[in-house]
Design a protein around this ligand. Structure first.
Ligand code: PEP
Ligand code: MG
Length: 747
């Protein structure tokens, strides 16, 4: 890069800094900046368009276009060349703008006189803020150097916008981080919550944007990068003996920290007048914007690495650590791009809710949030750039909606909803010790799902008859190596102690494919949900499962023990798993350990195939539990993790209910106890219909027991069955409308 360009660029940036330092009004600052840029770049036009709301760009200042157009000319995202730059977050550089695809003629601006056009996005950490444009009369393309220079300027403008430098009554720009914003994400754990934002990674605020001492900035950057690399090396040596793919991921991360390309770009930014931290953030913003568009998973991960490394660097350069001195609010709602299961567990039940920009329904963090019964919304973008610590936030885990800084009317409606739920919970408390007996006399057993020791205290307060599903994955997910048998035995023993004699059904490890343990070799599979998971892993590599079975036998220490195997798809898998358990019983006996007083062995029915298994299968199970989450996804061929399809088919669809009825019949034929432990068991209307179809045991989140029991106690299951049968006879697709109408009439 030519020395002259660098000097010119530094001059321009220090001019911008001068504008920032002057106590001028927002509009005046914008006007001065457009003049400075046009003069520095030798263009006839320089215009700044800022986003007025999520979808509208407005011409906020111009040098060269008609002044009357300022605050008049507006376009939507994607509209015209300016809108295209904003949407794609990519520059547009053309010698003949009117001939360019998407060009939109704005007569009020007088821009038809200008042929060449260069627009670059004004963006900050993936958030679009506006577009910076220069135009000239002569038909020429701008050089790579000029584009780069304009991007550096746009970065400074983005930070100025963020700092509120352009707000005054003339610009009528809204103050940042003050407005109500709604995010529509995806639901990963149901429930509603109201609280105050707690940012997992506090925002680093870059206030020193510009420097005219590049040597000093390069030295600062170099020092910070060296330190960061040492940290990473240290992290790698301390990391457990990761193997295979996991090792590769860590190595890729280290390699990236040494990336020459990345360093070179930051050095160039500094040479043009940015401070070291502004240079880091500029590259981070570009990476975030790219992250949205790349579909290649490997590239996406590398951009993610860059983002992570940038955060480390920014913290070093600005001295703003994770510990900002802010105090966790009493009702924290955690806001993060993503979070690991261990970190989430550390926060534990203190959290009222969690909102993530990334994540997936099957991710480890989701499993933890589910176990903690904390409402979780994922894919709420770009909440981490919008939220500030302490902002009021409402999350509706059912709808996957988040309201940040809600207006009073929204907050009030939410409060009313929560008050109603709290009232209902109180009413449920009054029936806690009563049976879930329907008016027809049928008694259901309502049990709870759990996955953590911490869940057990809710067993007595929920009124559950026992734990119908204890998911054992968490103890494996939150460690960096396989837990030891002794540790597991101690934990399972404490779970049984806490259950005080009530039945606890332990499900063996349901892991594999997308739910990869940190120390497990990840195998790429085209369809993870249909892949090598759960019992398939357990049978093919029985070491861990056998160790877990031994731990369970030792934990029982003479008490009754119930074990079930997940994801059984055919008879033989069950018999093999059962044989493993029986063999371990013999071994433990031979070693002198006390055997359980009674042993129940069950299977989870999660694949449709198992419903049609030979009679021998049903005879050979001490009990069966329907894993409705998986069973439903395979029955309808609709991925439970795919937001596009996961709500597409109603659980009360006649086909699914009829299928459940068949399973009930098969179990009845062989006197095999049957329960249902998917999420649907905790939805009162669904639970009622399952009971009407003949299910007598349901296992659900502790908080659902009250609502389900309350409804069951108000209805006659024979009547419910008659309503369902009538709807089926009428050819309904789902029995829901008929059941809802009947319930309405009951009042
Ligand atoms: C299910 O599939 O319904 C189930 C209970 O198991 P998980 O949700 O853990 O897959
Ligand atoms: Mg399952």
């Amino acid at each position: 890069m030519a020395q002259a360009t660098e000097t010119e660029s530094r001059k321009l940036l220090s001019g911008l800094q001068g504008v920032m330092a002057d106590a001028a009004a927002g509009q005046e600052r914008l006007d001065r900046i457009t003049r400075l840029i046009a003069a520095s770049m030798g263009t006839e036009v320089c215009s700044i368009y800022l986003l007025r709301d999520a979808d509208t760009l407005e011409l906020c200042a111009t040098q060269g276009l008609a002044p009357e157009a300022v605050h008049v000319t507006r376009m939507r995202m994607g509209e015209g060349l300016v809108g295209r730059v904003a949407r794609s977050a990519q520059p547009i550089n053309t010698a003949n703008a009117p001939a360019e695809r998407g060009f939109r003629y704005m007569p009020e601006t007088g821009e038809e006189r200008y042929s060449s056009f260069l627009g670059v996005p004004i963006q900050r950490l993936g958030e679009r803020l506006g577009v910076l444009v220069v135009q000239s009369r002569d038909a020429r393309e701008y050089s790579g150097d000029e584009i780069y220079g304009l991007e550096v300027v746009a970065m400074v403008l983005a930070e100025m916008t963020e700092l509120g430098a352009f707000i005054d009554q003339n610009t009528a720009l809204a103050e940042r981080h003050k407005q109500q914003v709604m995010f529509r994400g995806a639901c990963a754990q149901e429930g509603v919550a109201m609280g105050h934002v707690w940012l997992h990674e506090p925002r680093v605020v870059v206030t020193r944007l510009v420097s005219d001492d590049p040597e000093a900035e390069l030295a600062r950057l170099g020092h910070a990068v060296d330190q960061m690399r040492l940290d990473i090396d240290d992290m790698l040596t301390r990391a457990p003996l990761a193997e295979g793919e996991q090792r590769e991921v860590l190595e890729a991360y280290r390699m990236f920290a040494h990336s020459r390309g990345w360093m070179r770009r930051m050095e160039e930014d500094i040479a043009r007048g940015l401070s070291a931290e502004a240079a880091v953030e500029k590259e981070q913003s570009t990476a975030r914007a790219r992250m949205e568009t790349v579909s290649d998973a490997y590239l996406h991960d590398r951009l993610h690495d860059l983002d992570d490394l940038s955060n480390r660097l920014l913290r070093r350069l600005t001295g703003q650590g994770r510990d900002t001195g802010a105090e966790l609010p009493p009702d924290p709602v955690l806001v993060a791009r993503n979070i690991g299961p261990g970190e989430l567990l550390d926060y534990g039940r203190r959290l009222k809710g969690v909102v993530l920009e990334e994540g997936s329904v099957g991710s480890h963090a989701t499993i933890v949030a589910r176990a903690l019964a904390i409402p979780l919304v994922i894919h709420a973008r770009p909440i981490t750039t919008e939220a500030l610590n302490g902002d009021l936030i409402l999350i509706d885990g059912e709808q996957g909606i988040v309201h940040l800084r809600p207006e009073e009317t929204v907050a009030k409606a939410f409060r009313d909803k929560m008050a109603m739920q709290a009232e209902a919970q109180e009413r449920y408390a009054s029936i806690r010790d009563k049976q879930a007996q329907a008016l027809c006399g049928t008694v259901l057993s309502l049990q709870m799902n759990a996955g953590l020791m911490a869940d057990l205290p809710s067993l007595p307060s929920s009124g559950a008859d026992g734990v119908g599903l204890f998911r054992t994955e968490l103890q494996f997910l939150t460690r960096n190596k396989v837990p030891r048998r002794g540790e597991l035995a101690a934990l399972y023993a404490r779970v049984m102690d806490a259950a005080q004699g009530k039945r606890v059904v332990f499900r063996t490890l349901d892991i594999g494919s997308d739910k990869v343990l940190p120390y497990m070799k990840k195998t790429e599979e085209p369809n993870p949900a249909l892949g090598w998971r759960a019992i398939r892993v357990g049978l093919d590599k029985p070491g861990v499962m056998r160790m877990q079975l031994q731990a369970l036998i030792r934990a029982a220490n003479g008490r009754p023990l119930s074990v079930m195997f997940p994801f059984i798809a055919q008879l033989e898998e069950y018999t093999q798993a059962r044989d493993h358990l029986l063999r371990e019983m013999d071994r433990e006996a031979a070693l002198g350990h006390k055997l359980p007083e009674t042993l129940e062995i069950g299977a989870m029915l999660e694949t449709p195939s198992l419903a049609f298994a030979p009679r021998r299968f049903f005879e050979g199970c001490d009990f069966i539990s329907i894993g409705g989450n998986d069973l439903k996804q395979f029955f309808f061929a609709a991925d439970r993790e795919n937001e596009r399809v996961r709500r597409r088919y109603d659980t009360l669809n006649v086909s699914f209910l009829t299928f459940l009825e068949q399973i009930v019949h098969r179990c009845r034929d062989t006197d095999t106890p049957l329960s249902f432990c998917g999420e649907d068991a905790g939805r009162p209307v669904e639970a009622l219909c399952f009971a009407a179809m003949g299910l007598r045991a349901l296992s659900m989140r502790p908080a659902s027991i009250g609502p389900v029991k309350s409804l069951i106690r108000r209805v006659d299951l024979r009547e419910a069955r008659a309503v369902i049968n009538a709807a089926r006879a009428n050819g309904a697709q789902s029995v829901r409308p008929a059941v809802m109408e009947w319930l309405d009439q009951l009042g």
